[in-house]
Ligand binder design. Structure first.
Ligand SMILES: *Cc1c(COP(=O)(O)O)cnc(C)c1O
Length: 388
């Protein structure tokens, strides 16, 4: 039976059973593997044969996770890393050399910004930022030495969106690799490679784990690109642990049902906030008031679990709202069963200048909500009482 539907692949694509015929795939806590004989060892090291050698390279649990997530997102191959940042670092380090240029969306995850600004800049790699909603900035920003176009869509925390099909054609026209950080959307809501991206990256720490337990990163792409990633990763060691791969592969089994509920709850929160007099602005991809609503509808299955709002009254109002929340956790994380509130200006984006923050749509009164899986009435009730 050919399995094509997301939920079925997520549950039924499994590593081969061992002699014990387990129903749920076990955890393979072993750092290395034995060879049948000297010839078997030689062939495995020469890549003439498939098989496990050492867990820095591959392991049955990471293999299963990679095969599953590749099938879900429509990529030929993938690689698992210890964290989302290890995935981004590995991708940059694999494909960039001194003298290259990165054209990136302005609003990227704080640590990605630090990588471009403080790490790769030391190695002679330059970058330019462009805004997701301004195509002319992409045309102006591209250079003859632009090797990677890097984009987060939807962006964090501004929830801006770019047309991935347009961007795929743009990257091809200039011969650059298009790399998408698909963390906010997950493979369930958006599949960048099917829309023309070369590489899709996940922080599996967020919605893919979905329960705030493990770190993990995933890089997806063609066989040829992932072979290059492998060439760097095998010898530099950003490997995902078998335990985390085991947790994350099981997490994928429930991704679809969890995301459906995250999105349903988040849309209700966004609609409620939009009608509240103390709220200046709400950003959510599937609100018709979102400036790129039509693009969101075209390339995403639903709007995701993150809602960003701006309160009248600046930092004072934001802090008093956060402190008024009784159930929401105050945390910098997102994509958990538990609803979370973050104040980006004083936490995740505090290293940016006020001007840089305003450029990425973060005001003093901006709050990012990661909407969890508690009962919707309890979520709305907590927000309502905190606003009052
Ligand atoms: C969290 C996050 C990352 C980094 O992932 P880690 O697993 O924490 O290393 C990268 N991009 C986005 C959009 C994120 O939210």
């Amino acid at each position: 039976m050919q399995q094509e539907n997301f939920e079925t692949i997520a549950i039924r694509l499994q590593a081969e059973r061992s002699q014990y015929k387990e129903h749920s795939v076990p955890l393979y806590l072993t750092s290395s593997y034995k060879f049948d004989d000297a010839e078997d060892m030689r062939a495995l090291f020469a890549n003439e044969k498939e098989g496990n050698v050492y867990s820095r390279y591959a392991n049955p649990n990471t293999d299963e996770l990679i095969r599953k997530i590749s099938a879900l997102e429509g990529s030929e191959a993938g690689w698992a890393t210890a964290s989302g940042m290890a995935a981004i670092f590995t991708t940059f380090a694999t494909f960039l050399k001194s003298g290259d240029h990165v054209l990136s969306s302005r609003s990227v995850f704080g640590s990605t910004h630090q990588l471009l600004n403080n790490v790769f800049s030391k190695w002679g790699i330059t970058y330019t930022y462009a805004d997701l909603d301004k195509p002319e900035q992409w045309e102006q920003g591209i250079q003859p030495n632009t090797r990677i176009i890097f984009v987060e869509t939807p962006s964090n925390p501004g929830i801006d969106i770019i047309d991935l099909e347009w961007l795929g054609n743009f990257a091809k026209q200039y011969g650059a690799l298009l790399v998408i950080d698909n963390c906010f959307a997950t493979p369930y809501l958006q599949q960048p490679i099917r829309l023309g991206a070369d590489i899709s990256i996940h922080s599996a720490t967020k919605f893919i784990d979905g329960q705030g337990r493990t770190l993990g990163g995933i890089i997806l792409g063609s066989n040829a690109l992932i072979r290059e990633i492998e060439g760097f990763a095998r010898h530099s060691g950003p490997a995902m642990s078998p335990f985390n791969a085991w947790v994350l592969s099981k997490s994928l089994e429930t991704l679809a049902v969890r995301m459906d509920r995250h999105c349903e709850n988040a849309l209700k929160v966004a609609e409620f906030l939009e009608s509240h007099p103390k709220v200046k602005k709400v950003m959510y991809p599937f609100l018709p008031s979102h400036p790129q609503y039509a693009i969101a509808k075209k390339q995403m299955r639903a709007g995701g679990g993150i809602v960003t709002l701006v309160l009248d009254g600046g930092v004072e109002a934001a802090r008093s709202f956060m402190d008024g929340l009784k159930m929401f956790s105050i945390s910098a994380n997102l994509g958990d069963t538990r609803s979370i509130a973050t104040h980006p200006a004083t936490s995740t984006h505090s290293k940016l200048s006020e001007e840089e923050r305003l450029q990425v749509g973060i005001e003093q009164g901006t709050i990012r909500l990661s909407i969890g899986l508690e009962h919707i009435e309890d979520i709305l009730g907590d927000i309502r009482q905190a606003l009052d």
